[in-house]
Ligand binder design. Structure first.
Ligand code: K7E
Ligand code: CUA
Length: 763
């Protein structure tokens, strides 16, 4: 059969289906399929641009907020295949998140007023940067509802830390990072008194309610935020919204816009006009311009006031020190995005058709000249729009967020009301192209679009409504992420991806080759602290220790058994089970749960996880491995026996099967036959250049690990046979066979891989 080849892409495809007619996959030709599925050439082109064949990988990896799910969604671009959900603010059973002790400690970092908060409203992920380039080391994401911030380590894609903002009650302008990730920004959204648990009536809104901005210090060595080196600046109650950090010429400054600078307080139930009217009455709101490097100096000089134990630079100090300024911006804006060259700040006014491009040079010149048009009610100097604006472009209805292309001056802005993306040139102030999206786009994202060097290529529209795009699933629809090709002058819509996990607000995408995640932990690692676990043991060191009313198990997991296989406790005991996964093989995760005690752990190779509970009811509770890890996975089991207090056994022997010498001989034959299979596979593998294939080398190592256990067990069945103890002889022989099966399984997988990947014979 002649294989169909896509030789030169668009040109040939556009030339018609002449080529396709002569080429076919099996019974149907390409043309047959297009006809049967009613697809156009445009569809075929889009499919060819997004399709990633089996075994091939995506060029970019996107990290999307999971909205109300409190998680992060990881997907590939251009395939739009979802690859992982990362548990962040919300318990997530698959990863054991919130069901093992290590992850519970992370979630506990996000407690507010001593209470667990088991969900989050995630909005803006940010990838760590070095010299304003994405470096692929860490990911940050905020929780708007309960003002918190999380750190995810991209070596293992696990959440390592959650911190709660010490002075805000809600938060929106985060997470965004400085060009070298020294700080992560968070700005308040809805103003509230900064002091914890302090009541002031809404009549005192202007005097007692405050907004603010927090700069969280990031310690890259530790991979953690350092609250002791973090601080905030008190701001007026202007509903601070999105933020961005300057870079290049504007490095050292941060920008935050706001809405409801009217400081209106609603009360529709009391006959007052609602918030939406009172908060958009004036023509302008304020862009906050802050010299954060100066703020760091003030913090270090101790020019702060402690509020809830946290250092706050009060507005008065910020004004006196000349580090806080306001600029009027078109009303109710949403995004403020600093251009890749750091020269301009682009502000989209939701209720205005214009996008305003502010010039950093002009802002600095105006500040330097001390040319302020006024002061706000709190005494903050206000620069005029006229003095600081570079240009204003009317793009369409409801402009929200802006992202950047690899081509200089080219930007993309989402138009919420128009349901469109506008491509425009911010240097020349002209529109280049528009494309409709489905529907009501919020954020949009280009590849590495927040960095100083965006990659262009693709744009994803994060649409708020999906309406009619997918098969209906009831009144609650999935979100719709639409992939758009931006490599040509005209934008082309390629793909609709339903996202069924909360409402993602923003996403960031990084070139896939910048991510270098590991495949295993150093044996005995607590993955949430990155330190050795105190519960870790090596093979052969497993033990159960009783201290008072605590039963502490130091166990291990390896295909296909849990050591120990029985755990005994008395009712009322506290049971702590540490489990170390001794596997070295890639993707050999074991899960662990105990019936009805609401615990679960996902124990990846090398990891140690701990579950803890009070054995508060008598009974026999099966525990087992929850990942289908091997052919004998179902047998990866054991019992937690919770005995009544003071219970004494009456029966002292386990029931026996009757095994005979004949059974044993059969086992020996089975072992010999299997060994023959293993030998033939080994002969094949060693006859080819398998060492040129790292994946195969890893499998061969793993196979040797399994085979290496055979001699010790062989000695056991032979010793039992010598004593005519046919039960033990048979069972240990069976165990030898189990190790053989795992060895053979790996060997066969390696052989298939080599055959499919063109291994060459060696002499
Ligand atoms: Cu939904 Cu950035 Cu929180 Cu706009 S935000 S859409
Ligand atoms: Cu281990 Cu299933």
């Amino acid at each position: 059969m002649k294989r169909f080849k896509l030789r030169t892409g668009p040109l040939l495809l556009a030339a018609g289906l002449g080529l396709a007619a002569s080429a076919s996959w099996g019974a149907e030709s390409l043309q047959d399929v297009l006809k049967r599925r009613n697809l156009s050439q445009q569809d075929l082109l889009a499919a060819a641009k997004t399709y990633v064949p089996t075994g091939k990988r995506d060029e970019f990896m996107a990290f999307s907020s999971g909205g109300q799910s409190g998680q992060v969604i990881v997907y590939g671009i251009p395939s739009m295949r979802i690859i992982k959900y990362l548990a962040v603010f919300t318990p997530e059973p698959w990863q054991g998140y919130g069901y093992d002790e290590e992850s519970k400690a992370v979630l506990a970092g996000g407690r507010i007023d001593g209470k667990d908060i088991t969900w989050g409203d995630t909005h803006h992920p940010a990838i760590s940067e070095t010299n304003a380039q994405y470096d692929g080391q860490f990911l940050f994401i905020n929780d708007k509802a309960n003002p918190r911030l999380a750190v995810i380590d991209l070596r293992d894609f696990e959440t390592k830390q959650i911190v709660a903002n010490p002075i805000f009650k809600s938060e929106h302008g985060g997470a965004f990072v400085t060009p070298n990730t020294e700080y992560v920004i968070q700005t308040a959204q809805y103003a509230a008194p900064l002091e914890a648990k302090k009541f002031y009536p809404l009549e005192e809104f202007n005097e007692k309610y405050r907004g603010g901005v927090t700069y969280w210090k990031f310690n890259r060595q530790e991979g953690r935020l350092d609250p002791s080196q973090s601080f905030s600046i008190e701001l007026p109650p202007y509903s601070q919204d999105l933020s961005d950090f300057g870079k290049g010429p504007s490095e050292g400054w941060s920008f935050t816009n706001s809405f409801c600078s009217e400081r209106y307080v609603g009360g529709i139930e009391k006959g007052r006009p609602p918030y939406e009217a009172g908060c958009s009455a004036k023509d302008t709101d304020y862009l906050h311009v802050i010299n954060w490097k100066k703020a760091v100096e003030l913090f270090k000089q101790g020019k702060t006031t402690k509020i809830n134990g946290h250092d706050v630079i009060m507005m008065e100090t910020a004004i006196k020190e000349g580090m806080l300024f306001l600029i009027p911006e078109p009303k109710s804006p949403h995004g403020v995005d600093v251009t890749p060259d750091g020269k301009y700040m682009i502000v989209a006014g939701k209720l205005d058709t214009h996008v305003s491009v502010f010039s950093f040079d002009k802002i600095m010149a105006t500040i330097k000249a001390g040319k302020f048009e006024s002061k706000d009610p709190y005494g903050i100097p206000v620069l005029s729009m006229q003095d600081t604006l570079y240009n204003q472009v009317s793009l369409g209805l409801g402009p929200l967020h802006t992202q950047f292309d690899s081509k200089p001056c080219v930007a993309y802005t989402s138009l919420y009301v128009d349901s469109q993306v506008a491509k425009w040139n911010y240097c020349e102030g002209k529109i280049l192209d528009k494309i409709s999206v489905h529907y009501n786009i919020g954020h949009l994202m280009t590849m590495e679009g927040d960095s100083a060097n965006p990659s262009g290529r693709y744009l994803v529209a994060l649409n708020k409504l999906a309406i009619d795009r997918f098969n209906p699933v009831g009144p609650l629809h999935p979100q719709n992420h639409q992939l758009i090709d931006i490599s040509n002058d005209k934008m082309q819509l390629l793909y609709d991806m339903p996202l069924p996990l909360g409402e993602p607000h923003y996403a960031v995408a990084i070139s896939a080759d910048k991510l270098k995640p590991g495949v295993r932990y150093k044996v005995g690692t607590n993955s949430r602290t990155d330190k050795p676990s105190e519960g870790a043991v090596r093979a052969g060191e497993e033990k159960t220790v009783r201290t008072g009313n605590t039963v502490e198990v130091f166990g291990t997991l390896i295909r296909s058994h849990i050591t120990p296989e029985t755990i005994e406790a008395e009712v009322g005991d506290e049971v702590i089970i540490h489990l170390t996964n001794l596997e070295r093989a890639q993707d050999e995760t074991h899960g662990f749960t105990v019936s009805t005690y609401n615990v679960h752990a996902s124990v990846e190779p090398g990891k140690t996880s701990t579950v803890k509970f009070k054995a508060d009811k008598e009974g026999a509770y099966p525990y087992y491995c929850t990942e289908f890890c091997s052919a004998l996975h179902l047998e990866m089991q054991g019992y937690l026996l919770v005995k009544p207090k003071g219970w004494k056994p009456t029966k002292t022997e386990m029931a026996k099967q009757s095994y005979t010498e004949a059974d044993y001989k059969k086992q020996i034959k089975k072992i010999a036959d299997t060994q023959a299979v293993i030998d033939s596979v080994v002969a094949y593998i060693t006859s080819v250049n398998y060492k040129d294939f790292p994946e195969v080398v890893a499998m061969v190592e793993d196979a040797f690990d399994q085979a290496g256990k055979i001699p010790a067990v062989t000695a056991k069945h032979e010793a039992a046979a010598a004593k005519k103890d046919w039960e033990n002889a048979n069972l240990w022989a069976e165990q030898v066979w189990q190790y053989q099966v795992k060895t053979a399984d790996l060997g066969l997988r390696a052989k298939t891989y080599l055959e499919q990947n063109g291994a060459q014979k060696v002499k």
